[in-house]
Design a protein around this ligand. Structure first.
Ligand code: PLP
Length: 377
């Protein structure tokens, strides 16, 4: 049998093609710079401080995080952090306010409850935390629903001690069309944003920051007038979903999961040792692309089903017949969720392992200490 791919690694392992990653980082940095947009990459995709450094080195204005643990880890390498997630709960506030003093922290929120609790805790701690009001511009996940609500919350932030009103944010996660078909939905988004910006201007609350931007719509961001900042995350690696919507080519997928074929007993398929616990069980919404991932060097071979530790490759579209012990590289549908399932990213160049990074911001706490004392129960 020929030497398997990356024989020094166990499987499943998370691989990053460093040359592709560098090209992805360069491309987005150049795009943002050429349109005068600040780039604040969302680090939830890689959760790895060394990779945030790569983004900052290329001119990123700061980083975005979703969790307090991501904020704590990224504080080692970044001075300017946006937590684009409501800072709800005393424990979240406590940990945010304990971030090192060099961090200029901004949070996104959409409720008076979150704002008031943040302001009180920040004032008590003697810190000033920046606030972006999150508006819902079509995703219907979080965000205030209309310009009047944006103005009301912005005014409350501008008047509160402990916080500084900095502007607004939104997440265009509902834009999942192919890039060539995003025109109408981007126009609607721009019109909605304009209404929020006009209302804020009329109230004397002009935002310094207007933060949006995702990977599927990343390179269309200049079409949304008023935007000052974009927060793509997935673009560093890309994934099968990004390729399906034409927001990247298959050759720009920098992340894959190395897996071993462990069974070919059932005709028409092969089973690999990467299932839901290595690839994630994420479906591609809004596109005719079934399955949970596809082979990096044979994208026609799709992972048609996953159990926890089994991924089933559909061989119906290929004459390739893998043998037990062969190794394959799988591009998952949603890279961010797959990365979060691994401890380490293996940096590869071609078929050579050139290093690795610990995915330091995965999980919820650095010490992983039990929050509750379970003794006696
Ligand atoms: C609030 C927020 N901003 C930015 C992003 C980055 O988007 P993408 O992963 O499409 O790059 C996400 C992704 O989930 C998000 O939730």
């Amino acid at each position: 049998m020929a030497t398997p791919l990356f024989p020094e690694l166990e499987t499943p392992s998370a691989l990053v093609d460093v040359e592709r990653m560098a090209a992805n980082l360069d491309r987005m940095a150049a795009y943002a710079a050429s349109h005068g947009l600040a780039l604040r990459p969302h680090t939830k995709t890689h959760k790895t401080p060394e990779l945030a450094v790569e983004q900052l080195r290329r001119g990123a204005a700061g980083v975005t995080v979703a969790t307090v643990h991501e904020a704590e880890v990224m504080a080692d390498v970044a001075d300017d952090i946006l937590m684009a997630y409501p800072p709800v709960g005393a424990w979240r506030l406590e940990r945010l306010l304990a971030l090192p003093a060099h961090v200029r922290l901004t949070v996104g929120l959409d409720s008076a409850e979150a704002l008031d609790a943040l302001a009180a805790a920040a004032a008590a701690a003697g810190r000033t935390i920046g606030v972006l009001i999150e508006a819902d511009l079509g995703m219907h996940r979080a965000g205030v629903p209309d310009p009047a609500a944006t103005v009301a919350l912005a005014r409350r932030a501008a008047e509160a001690a402990g916080v500084a009103y900095r502007g607004i944010m939104f997440y265009p996660g509902h834009i999942r069309q192919r890039t060539g078909e995003q025109g109408p939905v981007l126009e609607r988004l721009a019109a909605d944003l304009r209404r929020h910006l006009d209302a804020l201007a009329a109230a004397g609350l002009e935002p310094e920051v207007v933060s949006g931007g995702s990977t599927p719509a990343g390179y269309q961001s200049h079409l949304v007038a008023g935007l000052t900042e974009i927060r793509p995350g997935t673009y560093i690696f890309n994934d099968r979903t990004t390729a399906v919507v034409d927001a990247c080519s298959w050759d720009e997928c920098a992340y894959s999961v190395l897996a071993t074929v462990v069974s070919t007993a059932v005709p028409g398929q092969a089973v690999v040792d990467a299932g839901a616990k290595a690839l994630a069980r994420e479906e591609i919404r809004g596109a005719d692309a079934p399955g949970y991932g596809a082979l990096l060097d044979r994208p026609e071979v799709v992972v048609k089903t996953v159990s926890e530790e089994h991924g089933v490759l559909d061989l119906s579209a290929t004459s390739w017949r893998p043998r037990v012990g062969d190794r394959v590289r799988i591009v998952p549908n949603h890279v961010c969720v797959s990365v979060n399932l691994h401890d380490r990213l293996w940096a590869v160049k071609g078929e050579t392992v050139v290093g690795s990074w610990r995915i330091a911001a995965r999980g919820w706490r650095a010490d992983a200490a039990p929050v509750l004392d379970a003794g006696g129960r």
